[in-house]
Design a protein around this ligand. Structure first.
Ligand SMILES: NC(=O)c1ccc[n+]([C@@H]2O[C@H](COP(=O)([O-])OP(=O)(O)OC[C@H]3O[C@@H](n4cnc5c(N)ncnc54)[C@H](OP(=O)(O)O)[C@@H]3O)[C@@H](O)[C@H]2O)c1
Length: 360
C-alpha cells in the first residue's frame, strides 16, 4: 500500500476539542464521500457531532465514528429532528459550528438563513436556496450581512473553483461581461458523444447506465439544474435575477413531461427525430450542438441547445467535463476559462471540505 493510501485509510485521532464541530445532512453519494474525507488527516480539525439522512440521524460519538455509519443510518438511529442536531452542535465547545448540507432538499435549504442567523455557519452542495426564488436568496444575503458564512463552492461545477473565481474577480474590481459554458456533466457527455451515427436515445440510455444522468433523466434534459447554476452565478456577478428571468429550453418534449418514469424510459425514441434534424442542420453549416448556459452584460440569462461553430471552446470538451468561460473587463480579449470534471462525489465532497476548513 502506498504511503498516501495508508494515510488515508488509517483512523485519524481527533483532538479532544476540535476547532470545528460539524453536522452532516445527507449521507447519499456526496455525503458518503464527505464522511470518507472526514477520516483523512486533512480533516483532523473537524469533529462530526451529528449526521442524518432523510429518515434517521445519529448524534452519539461512538456511532458517528463507525466507518459503517452511512449504511447503518439506513436502518438504525434516532428519528429525524433538526433541533437535536443543532443541540449536538451547541453542546460542543468548538469555536466554529457548521451545518453541512449534502442534500437536494428544499425544506432544509429554506432553513439555511435561519441557521446563519442563529450563529451557525452553513456549507452546502444544495442549490435550492442560492439558486431558488429571489425572496429566499435575499433572506440569505440579509443573514450573511449579519456575519454568518456560507460555503457554496460545491453548488456550481462540483469541485471546480468557479464561484470563488467569480467572487475574486469582482473583489478586485473586475466586472463580468459575459459568461458562457457547459454546466451539466450529463448534457456535456451527451453532446460530446452525439455525432449522428446513433440515435440520441441510445446515448441517453448509456449515459443513464453509466450513472451520468439522474435516475429520471428529465431532471437533466429539462435544463432546470443548469438554470439553477446559472442563476447562482448571475447573482454572484451582481444580477439579482428571478428564476423566471432565466430562459430555459427543455429537451423533454411536451408529451413526455407528465408521464411516469417507466413510460418516459419506454418512449425515449421520441427524442430522436427532433434532435437528429437539428444536428443535421448544424452539421450542414459546419457547426455542432452544445447545451449552453449564457449570461450577457445586461443580465440576460439563457439555457438551451445552441448551434456553435466547430472551433467553439465547448466542442473541445471530453466526457462529462464542465466549462465556464468568463469574459470580464480585464479578461476581454480571451475569456478566463475553467474546465474539468463538474460532477462526481469525491470532487464535490472535497469542495465541501475546503469550505468547512476555510471557516477556521
Ligand atoms: N452527485 C454529484 O456529483 C453532485 C455534484 C455537485 C452537487 N451535487 C449536489 O449535492 C447534493 C447531494 O447529491 P447526491 O448525489 O449525494 O444525492 P443523493 O445520493 O440522492 O443523496 C441525498 C441525500 O440527502 C438525504 N436527504 C434528503 N432529504 C433529507 C433531509 N430532510 N434531511 C437529511 N437528509 C436528507 C437523502 O437521504 P435518504 O438516503 O434517506 O434518501 C440522501 O442521503 C444535491 O443537492 C446535488 O445537486 C451533487
Amino acid at each position: 500500500m502506498s504511503a498516501v493510501l495508508a494515510a488515508e485509510s488509517a483512523p485519524v485521532a481527533k483532538p479532544l476539542a476540535s476547532p470545528i464541530a460539524a453536522v452532516l445532512l445527507g449521507t447519499g453519494v456526496v455525503g458518503g464521500a464527505f464522511l470518507k474525507l472526514l477520516n483523512t488527516p486533512a480533516a483532523a480539525s473537524i469533529r462530526l457531532v451529528g449526521a442524518a439522512n432523510s429518515r434517521r440521524q445519529q448524534t452519539r460519538a461512538e456511532h458517528l465514528a463507525d466507518r459503517a455509519l452511512r449504511e447503518k443510518l439506513k436502518s438504525h438511529g434516532d428519528m429525524r429532528d433538526d433541533a437535536a442536531l443543532l443541540a449536538a452542535l451547541d453542546a460542543n465547545e468548538a469555536l466554529v459550528k457548521v451545518i453541512v448540507d449534502a442534500t437536494a432538499c428544499g425544506t432544509l435549504a429554506s432553513r439555511h438563513a435561519e441557521w446563519l442567523g442563529r450563529g451557525y455557519h452553513v456549507v452546502t452542495a444544495n442549490k435550492s436556496l442560492a439558486g431558488g426564488d429571489l425572496a429566499g436568496w435575499r433572506a440569505l444575503q440579509a443573514a450573511l450581512a449579519q456575519g454568518g458564512r456560507y460555503g457554496d463552492s460545491a453548488t456550481v461545477g462540483a469541485g471546480l473553483p468557479v464561484i470563488s473565481t467569480l467572487r475574486r474577480l469582482r473583489h478586485c474590481g473586475d466586472a463580468l461581461l459575459t459568461l458562457e459554458g457547459v454546466f451539466s456533466g450529463s448534457l456535456s457527455y451527451l453532446f460530446n458523444q452525439y455525432d449522428g451515427s446513433q440515435p440520441f436515445s441510445v446515448l441517453l440510455r448509456r449515459a443513464r447506465e453509466l450513472g451520468y444522468t439522474e435516475p429520471d433523466p428529465r431532471s437533466d434534459l429539462s435544463g432546470e439544474d443548469v438554470a439553477r447554476k446559472l442563476l447562482i452565478l448571475a447573482r454572484c456577478a451582481g444580477f439579482a435575477l428571478r428564476p423566471d428571468e432565466v430562459e430555459v429550453e427543455s429537451l423533454v418534449p411536451e408529451s413526455l413531461r407528465g408521464v411516469d418514469l417507466e413510460t418516459f424510459l419506454a418512449r425515449l425514441e421520441e427524442l430522436d427525430e427532433p434532435l437528429a434534424a437539428r444536428f443535421a442542420e448544424a452539421k450542414a453549416r459546419g457547426g455542432a450542438l452544445r447545451f449552453l448556459a449564457r449570461l450577457n452584460q445586461r443580465g440576460r440569462a439563457r439555457v438551451g441547445l445552441v448551434e456553435v461553430p466547430a472551433n467553439h471552446p465547448a466542442t473541445r470538451l471530453y466526457g462529462t467535463d464542465n466549462q465556464f468561460a468568463f469574459s470580464t473587463t480585464r479578461y476581454n480579449t480571451q475569456p478566463l476559462v475553467i474546465q474539468g470534471p463538474g460532477a462526481g462525489p469525491e470532487v464535490t465532497a472535497q469542495a465541501l471540505l475546503g469550505d468547512v476548513l476555510a471557516l477556521a
